[in-house]
Design a protein around this ligand. Structure first.
Ligand SMILES: *[C@@H]1O[C@H](CO)[C@@H](O)[C@H](O)[C@H]1NC(C)=O
Length: 799
């Protein structure tokens, strides 16, 4: 029973492990460009290959750790493994059988370990196998390697050679063999043989700090590129190197030789040159050259040579007293096409004594001065001259230098100390110059008066130009102008550069680029004006509009590098999001618009006042709202019980028609109880007594004012008002209706109260127009907009 269960349990356990693995290793997994799985465990202090690697890993880097042993179980589950880096560990033994299951392993780097021997097993998928920088005594190439037919790169190290060490791989067409001979053991006066290699590139790394003494005859088929690192020569062992090279350089295919980390005497260097001069080598590169002892005149025969290009980079000169002409003329007279001498302390180069074969000269990063090639008329074929990073100061002198170089097309004098202040008008350039690189100097505006007339590509970036003068020489051929990192405040028009198609003007001080740039520059294909301190004001509007019209291919860096710098509130706003209404940018338009709107407003107000009586409506509306508010605020208890009528109406006999036909019907329609003096007056009492009786029994008193009323009725009230404070100012109980206008001066001066009420203008005017009557009645009704229970006495009277 338990035996049946076991596999199930194991399966479950495995799934659980896999789950954990994915969780843990997930931390290291990153998707590479091809979205395949890569795990980087380099420099993590590993002493063992971790058990929990994800099974799908394809790229595994475990370099620079402390691994010392590899086992089959380490990699057996990594079935997709393609690239395995194990360099810089402490592995002592390598059994290729550990990769038995890695059918796709293409790249294996076990360099810089402590390997002494290997056990072979053909990993046929391998393309790159690096076993260099290990402790092998014999070359670690076993018979099984003959099956690695896909092998492209093979890195090996050895302390001794045997003639047929490399026989197993002789039939494989390798691209690159790296032979580390750092611990090579040299037997006195005994030449070893090594046959037969089949590789395009052969790279030897010799012991770094000992004299070159390796004597091996090496036969290589189809060698194209020989690379030697660490060569230490003096006058005595100089021939050893040449002997070493003799067999290797015999084949016609060896085109390229690179020597890296060379320490030699000048005499030996010259003999190496002389040795190679007659060989098929076309390209000779020397990097990190140290010259020791002394530099004297050495005889050299500039015989016909296959050599096309000599490149020497980074020279340390340990000789302090030497014949300068010996050094410089050696190079100046070379009958080759291309010469590069860079990163040296050379202060000069001589002019060739006869018309020279040089087409390309690169003297980057030396300490040449303005005297270079002055009055030198033998560089007749020179097309490209690079004097980058030297000590040139005068642009005028540079122009004079080119005067006798009739083929010169490209001149690079960037990163010097060039100034352009004197003699600009006298500059004499050779007319053939097409590309001129003046970048990273200290040139100012006047540089535009000293330029080769037919230049097509002009690089002036990183100088001190503030303005392109209007009267510059017309550069009609100029197609590309790079003027980035200067201090220009505006875009140059194309007036002087009618062919301009590429303009780079980023990182300047352009704040208001002229909008007419695109009009004057018809041929523009590309413009980069980013990273300028654009002032996002009205002036910029048109430019931004024009930008919007050119296609985005023309505009480099758009939209990210185009950002407002000013005003403060717009700082950082991308230009593409900067909009200003046409109105705010056009003062005339603004004034006209404001003027027009004012005019329309005045006209409409006048029209409303004159023809529609707007003030009357406003006043009525205002009163109506006030009344509504007031009646709402009156506590209902204050009103209960004391009144018999809602309203008492007082009017002159002459106005009785209006009162009876208009006012009373309208009020009674609303169920408002009215005390009229004809109707409700108590006989036997005086008029005034009756009036007072009526006023005191009514919730409101309505006075219908008209000149007649003032003449005939008001006299009853003026006295009453004077003595009773019933109708104090702002009282709610009084409703004045102005039936006809009463001229102020027609009110007798003794009627103080009436005058006061009239000046307060708290009356309701009876409008003559019928259309206004509605609002009038609404106002009256608003005053009674309250539920009132009148006392019973009123009901008696009514009946
Ligand atoms: C000019 O030289 C600088 C470096 O000194 C380089 O970056 C630039 O591309 C060169 N310009 C041209 C037009 O070749």
């Amino acid at each position: 029973m338990t035996q049946d269960k076991e596999p199930i349990i194991r399966q479950a356990y495995c799934l659980y492990c896999l789950y954990l693995t994915t969780l843990i290793v997930g931390v290291f997994i990153q998707f590479s460009d091809e979205s395949e799985f890569a795990v980087d465990l380099s420099k993590t202090g590993l002493t063992h290959v971790p058990r929990d690697l994800p099974p799908f890993v394809q790229f595994l880097d475990m370099s620079q750790n402390f691994l010392f042993e590899l086992q089959t179980s380490d990699f057996s589950s990594l079935l997709g493994l393609k690239v395995l880096r194990l360099s810089h560990n402490r592995i002592q033994r390598l059994d290729f059988n550990v990769f038995n299951f890695n059918r796709h392993l293409e790249y294996l780097d076990v360099s810089h370990n402590h390997l002494q021997n290997i056990s072979c097993y053909p990993v046929v998928s391998l393309k790159h196998l690096d076993l260099s920088f290990n402790d092998f005594s014999a070359l670690p190439v076993c018979f099984e390697f003959s099956k690695l037919i896909q092998l492209d790169f093979l890195g090996l190290s050895a302390t001794k050679f045997q003639q047929f060490d490399l026989l197993p791989v002789a039939h494989i067409h390798l691209n690159y063999i790296l032979l580390d001979l750092g611990k090579y053991y040299v037997k006195e006066d005994e030449t070893e043989n090594l046959q037969i290699l089949n590789t395009k590139t052969l790279h030897f790394i010799f012991p770094p700090n000992s004299l070159f003494s390796i004597q091996v005859n090496i036969q290589v088929n189809a060698l194209g590129y020989l690379h030697l690192t660490n060569i230490n020569l003096n006058n005595e062992n100089c021939h050893v190197l040449m002997k070493f090279l003799l067999e290797l350089t015999r084949g016609p295919t060896l085109i390229n030789i690179t020597l890296n980390n060379v320490e030699t005497t000048w005499k030996c260097l010259v003999s190496v040159f002389q040795f190679l001069w007659s060989k098929p080598v076309e390209y000779l590169n020397i990097y990190n050259l140290t010259i020791v002892e002394n530099i004297n005149e050495e005889g050299f025969t500039y015989s016909e040579t296959k050599l096309k290009a000599l490149k020497i980079e980074h020279v340390t000169n340990k000789v302090f007293l030497f014949t300068k002409t010996a050094l410089y003329s050696m190079f100046a007279e070379m009958n080759i096409m291309m010469l590069t001498i860079s990163d040296t302390a050379f202060i000069h180069m001589l002019c060739p004594q006869a018309p020279s074969t040089f087409q390309f000269l690169n003297f980057t990063q030396n300490v040449f001065t303005d005297s270079i090639f002055q009055n030198c008329s033998n560089l007749v074929r020179l097309e490209t001259l690079i004097l980058q990073k030297n000590g040139l100061k005068s642009l005028f002198k540079v122009s004079l230098m080119t005067k006798d170089m009739p083929s010169l097309e490209t001149l690079d004098v960037s990163w010097n100390l060039l100034e352009s202040h004197r003699h600009e008008e006298d500059c004499i350039w050779v007319a053939s110059i097409v590309v001129l690189n003046l970048s990273s100097n200290v040139l100012t505006d006047s540089v535009f008066r000293c330029l080769p007339p037919k230049v097509k590509v002009l690089d002036l970036h990183n100088n001190r130009i503030t303005n392109i003068p209007k009267d510059v020489t017309h550069l009609e051929a100029l197609q590309e102008l790079n003027i980035a990192f200067n201090s220009l405040t505006d875009l140059p028009g194309c007036g002087s550069f009618s062919s301009l198609s590429v303009l780079i003007i980023n990182h300047n001080s352009v704040f208001h680029p002229s909008a007419d740039f695109f009009q004057s520059c018809h041929k523009i294909r590309s413009i980069d004006a980013g990273n300028n301190p654009f002032q996002c004001t009205c002036e910029l509007r048109e430019f931004v509009r024009n930008l919007g019209q050119v296609s985005s291919e023309v505009l480099e860096g758009w939209p990210d590098s185009y950002v407002c710098d000013y005003p403060e509130r717009l700082k950082g706003t991308p230009l593409k999001d900067f909009h200003m209404s046409p109105l705010s940018c056009n003062t005339a338009l603004l004034i006209v618009t404001i003027g027009a709107s004012m005019l329309v407003l005045t006209a409409s107000v006048t029209f409303l006042c004159l023809y529609l009586d707007l003030p009357w409506y406003l006043r009525m509306l205002c009163q109506w709202t006030q009344t509504r508010l007031r009646t709402r605020n009156v506590p209902i208890e204050d009103l209960q019980g004391t009144f018999q009528y809602h309203a008492f109406i007082s009017y002159s006999e002459q106005d009785s028609a209006w009162v009876k036909n208009e006012l009373v019907p309208c009020l009674e329609k609303e169920n408002i109880q009215i005390c009229l003096h004809e109707r409700n007056f108590v006989p036997g009492k005086s008029i005034v007594e009756n009036i007072i009786n009526c006023i005191e029994k009514s919730y409101k008193s309505i006075f219908v004012l008209s000149p007649n009323f003032v003449q005939s009725e008001w006299c009853h009230y003026e006295l009453y008002f004077a003595h009773h404070n019933l109708f104090h100012e702002g009282s709610n109980n009084l409703i004045l209706i102005l039936l006809e206008p009463i001229p102020q001066n027609s009110i007798p001066s003794k009627y103080h109260k009436l005058r006061a009420l009239m000046t307060q203008r708290t009356y309701l005017e009876w409008p003559t127009e019928k259309s206004k009557h509605g609002l009038f009645w609404a106002n009256i009704r608003a005053a009674f907009n309250i539920e009132l229970t009148l006392t019973a006495e009123n009901n008696d009277m009514k009946t």
